[in-house]
Design a protein around this ligand. Structure first.
Ligand code: PRX
Length: 670
């Protein structure tokens, strides 16, 4: 791939290339029961029928008031969907199911310790707990419509309970991935101006009950330094009434939720009738600069889109048991553990811990125990399960009808193991390509209509019309065999509304590049740029190659190179830092970090560790580099470093200020 845009050590540049794959059709049993078997859906959602086609998704929800305008483009490219409509997300995920399904399990909770019982929360129980907690948020924490609240919670049922309680009040939640550091949490508290933080004292991960409360103290301290005071910290207890964290409570600021809740037993809170375009939540994601972007998602459009895609692509029926192994701290968990599945009345599984704890059979035992029939995970987990227990699935009697892969490209080899061994040759697979920004799927097959192709996400979703542009803005047609920047020609209801507090950055990052007329109020002039490279096969299937920008996708999670580099610079010995993606067998990509020291400091193993630890402390363990290379000087060109890390030709280096250093570094990196 010789294209200019990939000349920066991007993921797309190191993408693995594989040949064209055969199409695979789902079983007749799958088709016979599928929610969507009518191929005319593509016609119904063609560009001629845009935007009214999306009424089909919105009609899956209960509205207090119907909208008068399907798509308002007057503030382009900040699109508004279903304007005039009034709706509540908590009502749609809970209350409306009570009449027929109150005793059905809404959430199956699986604690990580194997000697702890599963918990099964019915829709009725969810209703009670969400109402009580909403009353607490309103009357004790004094939260009201439009306020932002930061959540830093692990994978426990209290997390969706908290999200749905916020949604009930019209409070905008911003959940920070539990594995992120106190520092990362602080940045998000400051950016969203949250005065309330909701956390949990401890949670299990790989057999250890880790102290999570300490992160809240770090976060509040750092946020205060940066000008945002948190006056209330609500602490759920992993074991109510029992201390699981040694970190003390701060008097006047910290409160145990289960103690406060006693005052709200039996409380009921009328859901707020929210405008469709009111923000439901913020989800921060990494960008090319250091500061994470708060993607602002709407209530009506977002919920309609995740409900529609949960029904038609995830093929969820109310009688299904659905397990998405992602973390709710990422967009996949928001859309496809909480909002989508609950909107369509599924039983959704929440697993606290690591899928391979205590052994590689754990995931399949959970699936067997709960009768899971829809399974959703990422290539990184599939690779890990395959490596650690290639024969494990055969030992269990679970029965999947449907499986999803999401978050990064999947190698056809891994896809086939997933299909043959995990899915036992019976489950239909969807490879869903999308992003934090997009709320729901952009490309995927519809399982009973469009056949599977290993390694390809498939065609654009109904109503999503992708297009690939080259650097000059020319369209690269299907079958051209060339990669380019994949964009979406039209808005869709699940798309984020803006970057919280930074509309300019929103326009610049996603729309400026291919905008046909910056003054236009016409959606056709504003293709959405995803930041991914892709190729389109003659049959219209898209294969995603990875990021073209300074973002590294580690185990399906986006990390900004600038974020990692700034974390390295916190270490006083470090003068310069550059991070590049490297291909990794399990994680897909991993960061490799190069640093140059300030004069007077000498390289050592201890220093490498200090830098690596600083990154874990500043961002979270997930960002830890594969290796820290301390080099004498920095070639100052990421392309060269990426080539060295990936053992590729460094190309022409004669224009560098210090070309000799390249040879030195190459020798060092082996
Ligand atoms: O590069 C694409 C990759 O993950 C990025 C989005 O990451 P994030 O916002 O964290 O959302 C992850 C969950 C949707 C994309 O820009 N990506 C996501 N899904 C796929 C993918 N790459 C290839 N195939 C996919 N199915």
């Amino acid at each position: 791939m010789a294209e200019k845009q990939f000349a920066g050590g991007s993921e797309a540049e190191i993408a693995v290339h594989w040949g064209e794959e055969q199409l695979i059709h789902p079983t007749v049993e799958f088709i016979a029961q599928a929610n969507m078997t009518d191929a005319s859906i593509y016609k119904r959602f063609s560009l001629e029928n845009f935007p009214n086609c999306f009424k089909e998704y919105a009609d899956l929800l209960d509205w207090y008031e119907y909208w008068h305008t399907t798509l308002d483009t007057s503030d382009a490219p900040c699109w508004k969907w279903f304007v005039g409509g009034k709706i509540n997300a908590s009502y749609n995920c809970i209350d409306r199911h009570l009449a027929k399904n109150k005793n059905k399990t809404a959430i199956h909770f699986v604690p990580e310790p194997i000697d702890e019982r599963y918990e099964h929360i019915t829709y009725r129980e969810l209703y009670v707990r969400v109402n009580e907690f909403a009353a607490l948020l309103r009357d004790f924490a004094k939260l009201k419509k439009g306020d932002r609240v930061t959540l830093h919670m692990p994978m426990v049922p209290e997390l969706p309970i908290t999200m749905l309680a916020c949604a009930r009040l019209g409070v905008i939640h911003s959940q920070v991935f539990g594995g992120f550091s106190g520092r990362a949490c602080a940045d998000r508290i400051v950016d969203s101006q949250s005065r309330v933080l909701i956390t949990m004292d401890a949670y299990w991960r790989s057999g250890t009950l880790g102290d999570h409360k300490q992160n809240a103290d770090i976060a509040c301290g750092l946020a205060a330094t940066d000008g945002q005071k948190v006056d209330t910290v609500l602490v759920w207890q992993r074991y109510p009434g029992k201390a699981s964290s040694p970190t003390p409570m701060v008097k006047g600021r910290d409160h145990f939720v289960n103690e406060l809740l006693k005052d709200f037993y039996g409380a009921r809170v009328e859901p707020e009738k929210m405008p469709a375009e009111a923000p439901l939540f913020l989800m921060y994601t990494s960008g090319t600069t250091g500061k994470p972007k708060g993607c602002q998602h709407s209530t009506g459009g977002y919920l309609a889109y995740v409900a529609g895609t949960s029904k038609f692509v995830q093929d969820i029926h109310p009688e299904d048991v659905y397990w998405c192994m992602a973390d709710i701290g990422w967009i996949t968990g928001h859309s496809y553990i909480v909002y989508g599945p609950l909107a369509v009345c599924a039983s959704t599984v929440i697993y606290e811990g690591v899928p391979t704890f205590p052994d590689a059979g754990r995931a399949w035992r959970i699936a067997q125990d709960l009768g899971v029939n829809i399974f959703h995970t990422a290539p990184t987990a599939i690779r890990a399960l395959r490596k650690l227990g290639p024969d494990e699935p055969a030992k269990y009697t679970y029965n999947f009808k449907h499986m999803t892969t999401v978050g990064e490209p999947i190698e056809p080899e891994v896809w086939r193991w997933y299909y043959n061994v995990v899915g036992k040759g019976k489950a239909a697979i969807v490879d869903t390509w999308w992003q934090t920004e997009t709320g729901g799927f952009l490309c995927s097959t519809i399982p009973a209509i469009t056949p599977m192709k290993p390694g390809s996400a498939g065609p654009g979703m109904p109503g999503i019309h992708p297009i690939i542009y080259d650097e000059a803005g020319n369209v690269i047609p299907p079958g051209a065999g060339r990669a380019g920047n994949i964009c979406i020609q039209n808005p869709w209801p699940g798309g984020f509304q803006t970057i919280w507090g930074d509309r300019d950055r929103f326009v610049r990052t996603y729309y400026e590049r291919y905008c046909k007329n910056p003054k236009s109020k016409e959606w056709r002039d504003w293709p959405y740029m995803t930041g991914d490279a892709a190729v389109e096969a003659p049959d219209g299937y898209f294969r995603i190659l990875g990021r073209v920008d300074d973002v590294i996708n580690v185990s399906g999670h986006r990390l900004g190179t600038k974020e990692i580099e700034s974390a390295a610079l916190v270490v006083e010995e470090v003068a310069e830092a550059a991070v590049v993606p490297v291909a990794h067998e399990i994680k897909g990509r991993e960061p490799d970090l190069y640093v140059a020291l300030k004069p007077g400091f000498t390289p050592s193993r201890e220093l490498e560790k200090k830098i690596s630890d600083a990154i874990a402390r500043e961002i979270g363990k997930i960002a830890k580099p594969r290796k820290v290379w301390i080099v004498k000087d920095m070639p100052n060109m990421r392309r060269v470093l990426a080539a060295i890390s990936n053992k590729k030709d460094v190309g022409d280096v004669t224009t560098l200020a210090n070309p000799d250093i390249v040879e030195d570094i190459r020798k060092m990196a082996g």
